[in-house]
Design a protein around this ligand. Sequence first.
Ligand SMILES: Nc1nc2c(c(=O)[nH]1)N[C@H]1C(S)=C(S)[C@@H](COP(=O)(O)O)O[C@H]1N2
Ligand SMILES: [Mo]
Length: 537
Amino acid sequence: MDTASSAKRAIEPDKIGTSTPPRLYAALAGTLGAAVALAIGEFIDGASTAIPSLVTSAGDWVIDSAPGAVERQAIETLGTNDKPALVIGTIIISLLIGAAAGRGGRRDHRIPALVFAVFGLFGWWFLARNPLTTSGASWLVALVAAAGGFATYRLLYAVAQFNEDRVTEARVTDTPINPAATRRSFFGWGGGALATAAALAGIGRSLRGRARVDQAREEIVIDTSTDVVTVSSGIDNLDDIEGISSYITDSTGNNFYRIDSALSIPQVDPDTWTLRITGLVDNPVEFTLADIQAMDLEDHVVTISCVSNDIGAGLVGNALWTGVPLTKLLEIAGVQNEATQLVGRSVDGWTAGFPPEILGDGRTALLAIGMNGEPLPVRHGFPARLVVAGIYGYVSATKWISEINLTRWEDFDGYWIPRGWSKKGPIKTSSRIDVPRRGTELVAGPQAIAGVAWAPTRGIAKVEVRIDEGDWQEARLGEVVSDETWAQWMLEWDATPGDHVLQVRATDGNGELQALGPKSVAPDGAEGWHAVPVRVA
Ligand SMILES: Nc1nc2c(c(=O)[nH]1)N[C@H]1C(S)=C(S)[C@@H](COP(=O)(O)O)O[C@H]1N2
Ligand SMILES: [Mo]
């Protein structure tokens, strides 16, 4: 900078005695302030079960306010592992806002003060609207986070006031500037802020309710009369065919599909969990987990599926569910005649409804507490969920359920209905080729074509396969325990060299052929016969 302009600036009276940090340092101060604010939120999330994380609450709001199609896409493409992309996106946006606020502070100190205050207000609002928040202290959390973030920013701003130009001016005017402001002290304090943020977030994560709930879950024993091995070995299943979906889907780890709108999986304490039955009932009741465990539990193998399952896709699974028949609970509550809708509500506010009259046909409908002989995995709804055979999950399978509300059909719409999905969701007859996989190179000779087909509660009567639009050949069906489960199927094929397309279609227990479609998943489930291209060498 030339002396003339320095001299000009030196006489601006309000600048005397002040020094402005370089842009980069001001931005860094704001970024680190935002990081500390977010980390305080993570820490409180871990330390308290009553207050969820600021970051995931903000992300939940994004999911809730996204239009149906965008959300559907996000849930599918971001996968179901706590939607890390959304969490990372929320963090990055917060840090960028912090950087902008820090830079703005070079012009006017009120800018960062205002930005951190607004950050606190939004934080409070995100927390307060999150149904997982069970304490009124959201405002306190938001205040502490915003104040901690702003204090961090101010401290770093102060030690970043080493802009050489201004130092010169200050000397000229003989006014003391911040003598502690050096690059070295900025990096010292900045590193300290970063370490503090990392430590707070790290401690929060490790303290998180997750560990506690996992432990409580492990102490629960599901009193089943059967187990997965007995179920599978009791029937002539096709599990031995390489690459076929096993009759019972493994529910450990991430093997069983998971679909939900929850950004972080609800952590429900089984000791304080209750299920209330409310609405159009004669005796509103509330059950604890111990109440449910003390009832006569039933075991049923049921295939559940997501309405978003595209032709040939994997959002479907078959499990042994243990629980109390819904009809028994409804009997205790005394359902009134006007009740034409049963709405399940989850601890996170998600809802799904179906007409209770469908239970009259004797289908399996459980308040399930066990899956494949174990307590429900946390991601599949621990400690209790609904499982209703024959209708898609979005209208029935409420996980982490806290309330069953009886109402009228026209008086309430479940979570996905206003987002463009059909209010009724019977599962369509579907079939899938598991082996060979799309695009595999096969060797000529005998080759098993195999997969699964499902049409709960109608059952699968027939599965047919054709090669290159040839004649339909009837596949062999594996034995099933009921019409509420999928059926494995297989066809021996003498593979001949060349490119081939394999196709499958199923006929349900009513003799109805699977719809040819093709039709996409919205609004009530996909239709179409799965086709797989293969190359035989
Ligand atoms: N609380 C809650 N329960 C829910 C959902 C949800 O978003 N939140 N999604 C439903 C949908 S769309 C499906 S397909 C099934 C999936 O059950 P799973 O994740 O155990 O496979 O859960 C249902 N239960
Ligand atoms: Mo679903």
